[in-house]
Design a protein around this ligand. Structure first.
Ligand SMILES: [Zn+2]
Length: 173
């Protein structure tokens, strides 16, 4: 599941520092207490705890609390929620693909005008309103072929769809 780039992206957002990803790996592999995870990953216990609560906060992990009858201390058994990862990525992926499709439509249906210094890039109507002058530097904004942009968006859509279908087909599990 950690091989999927969308999973990596989501987990990196939560964990923030890639160096802490082993905590997630350890949890996924079934190690379920903070102390065991700290031992296995050689990451400091307080950092392990921080990561676990971040995962909890993002709905990606849950815990069960139980009291040791002898010591009266609480222990926490943690569990990674793979379904929640899948659901969150699915929702994110769908909205990302939707946005890209909208961008693609706009690129395909409009002519774009750009400042040579890259300050503005606008569709014809807007460019016309602006008198074909960049408001930032006063340069003339000129027509730019957008085939490259269109191809890039198409590639991005294809790559998101590929990752998404991997997710759907259950390769992740
Ligand atoms: Zn400009």
């Amino acid at each position: 599941m950690l091989n999927n780039p969308l999973v990596q992206e989501l987990l990196n957002e939560v964990v923030q520092d890639e160096e802490n990803l082993p905590v997630v790996k350890s949890l996924i592999s079934g190690t379920n207490t903070d102390e065991d995870i700290a031992e296995e990953t050689e990451i400091k216990l307080n950092i392990v705890r921080k990561i676990l609560y971040k995962l909890y906060d993002s709905g990606l992990a849950s815990y069960k609390r139980s009291k040791d009858p002898e010591t009266q201390w609480y222990t926490y058994a943690w569990e990674f929620d793979a379904d929640s990862v899948t659901n969150q990525i699915r929702a994110k992926s769908v909205s990302m693909i939707d946005n890209l499709r909208r961008d693609l439509e706009s690129e395909e249906n409009n002519m774009f005008f750009e400042c040579p210094d890259g300050h503005s890039r606008v569709a014809f109507d807007k460019a016309s309103e602006m008198g074909f002058v960049c408001p930032e530097c006063g340069n003339e904004i000129t027509f730019q072929e957008n085939d490259g942009v269109i191809n890039r968006i198409k590639e991005e859509i294809a790559s998101h769809e590929k990752n998404y279908s991997l997710l759907q087909s259950g390769i992740m599990k």
